[in-house]
Design a protein. Sequence first.
Length: 504
Amino acid sequence: MSEIINDQANQEQAVQEQQSLTEQARVRREKLKALQDAGKDPFHITRYDVDNDSANIKANFDALEGKEVSIAGRLMSKRGMGKVSFCDLQDKSGRIQLYARKDEMDEEVYNGFKKFDIGDIVGVKGVVFRTQRGEMSVRVVDVTLLSKSLLPLPEKFHGLTNTELRFRQRYVDLIVNPEVKRNFQLRSQFIKHIRDYMDERGYMEVETPVLNTISGGATARPFITHHNTLDIDMYMRIATELPLKRLIVGGMDRVYEIGRIFRNEGMDPKHNPEFTTIELYEAYADFNTMADIAEGVITTAAQKLLGTYQIKWMGHDIDLTPGWARMTMVEAVKKYTGIDFAEITDDRKAVGAARKIGVELPATADRTWGNALYECFDQRVEEHLIQPTFITMYPVEVSPLSKRSPEDPRLTERFELFICHSELANAFSELNDPIDQKERFQKQVELRDRGDEEAGMMDEDFVTALEYGLPPTGGMGMGIDRMVMMLTGTDSIREIILFPTMKP
């Protein structure tokens, strides 16, 4: 009974809030109509000259005190409104107090200013000064309404109850929770840092197609669209790998691409259907070179952007100090499960050993030593990898584009970087044997025919490219979203994507 009463109370409160919102919206539209009738339509204003902002005024107050400035932004609060008015103006860099006196301004301008609403966007000309209470402020000389806010800002927008609304209406989130802007500023700075890091090492930034006739370069389910003129289905890219390696064949020895990737997969705090990666390829290098670059990119970013190697992420204290651990998959599985796959040579025994610890292979996977090793790692080891760790030497079954290990042909020269049991990078010594590559593509085709929608397709043109000759090459993909999550200490990918995918 108490739950029913609470539900009714919540519904009544929601109705009251909606009625209040509707009334406020009506009043604001009436104010706009009055302005328009008086020939003062704010939406007819095309520009406003701004020469300063709140952060600069506060940072250089001594030099600017007593001088006139021109600023613009959104009104976030109003106090007084008799003969003296106080308001907080929020611009791109922060907030600053406005101080307006009726006897210091044009009377008509001041009276109009009194009618402005919280949320309105205004341009202000005034003099920098400090109030009697010591607050750095702008004494208003003139104010212009530049845009009328027809909807009131929510009083309480943050909090768990409005998480969905924050992501759906990011524009409101940025207005009323300006601290969230820090995540996106850091994201922008990090991407610039990556570009600088790669450019300094002689890499060239390139662009490759988003739409492809073949889905390849990763194990993932693609989005499918239709090209009307060609009358063919096309796939939104799930990776940039295959086009970039074609460029290495063509003699562009160091290339990278930062761009959006699309995968038609599940959504959770670590996954969004569209996300951003950097993929890079370097001729005459291997996966060890890529590990050095991954560690270098992240550690230098931590120092440059955060000023420390010590961070907190997902409830853990993470030490990014250079010199990260490197461990083979066989070593990791032995350490955390006790199974030593180095001592197992038989497929049947490997699968049996996995089953003894409760690990089952997917229905579409072959019952092999390599698949048993990988599933033991995936299901029993990843969760233990908190501090930065490179897991190396992956089975060939799950690495169709990676070069086999000369010491053990069941394994490939591949690593994945894990921090806080999250994969941040994936790298190979790239497979450059066209005959081996075609056989592995064929294995993917067979998996696809058996119902594995994430398996790759045959790419005959890529095989042809390899037949012209791909030099020994190191390649890597790094998830920019997850790296930004780590650097900002956020647990959800939606917090660092401005417009995450949402159900309608």
